[in-house]
Design a protein. Structure first.
Length: 176
């Protein structure tokens, strides 16, 4: 197949997918992730753009399945980015001392660095899946349901990984 024929085929597939699935895709995104931000319409549009640019439509047998998976993954990624931005803004807005008047002192800084070092050692020693689940829940702020969907594991498995990770971290910090 020459380049022009491939481009025509991809264009036709994309147009058919758009016409047949855009409204249902937006409804799915809204039902699953809410009205935003970012708005479900934007996620759906970005998904079509990414599929076009990637050329993935030329290489798959089931473009509809690719469309829905790509939209879901993009929505999860956008939500995670939005949460991270919110956390950074909240941290930037915090003063150097908290409401109880605690200030950073050299002893506090050294203690915090030692605790951080312990946490990092424990995290690196964890099984990969446990560490990944724990970081998605506790650092990225995803719900257990979101992590289960993203990693294609059960919700109880997510809860188990988080509980085991917390137990390991608590034990290591108590020993410190």
């Amino acid at each position: 197949m020459n380049a022009d024929a491939a481009l025509d085929r991809r264009s036709g597939v994309l147009e058919r997918l758009y016409n047949e699935h855009f409204d249902r895709l937006v409804a799915f995104l809204q039902a699953t992730f809410g009205s935003g931000p970012p708005p479900p319409e934007d996620i759906a549009q970005q998904t079509f753009e990414k599929l076009w640019r990637s050329g993935a439509l030329d290489r798959v047998d089931y473009p509809r399945a690719l469309l829905w998976r790509a939209a879901r993954n993009l929505a999860l990624s956008e939500r995670q980015s939005e949460r991270a931005r919110d956390r950074r803004e909240q941290l930037a807005a915090q003063p150097d001392s908290d409401d109880r008047g605690y200030h950073s002192t050299p002893d506090r800084v050294i203690g915090a660095r030692q605790s951080l070092s312990t946490v990092m050692k424990v995290l690196h020693a964890m099984p990969d899946r446990r560490r990944e689940v724990f970081l998605l829940v506790r650092v990225d702020g995803l719900s257990h349901t979101e992590v289960a969907a993203r990693l294609e594991i059960s919700r109880p498995a997510v809860s188990k990984h988080v509980a085991l990770a917390l137990a390991q971290l608590t034990e290591a910090l108590d020993d410190e």
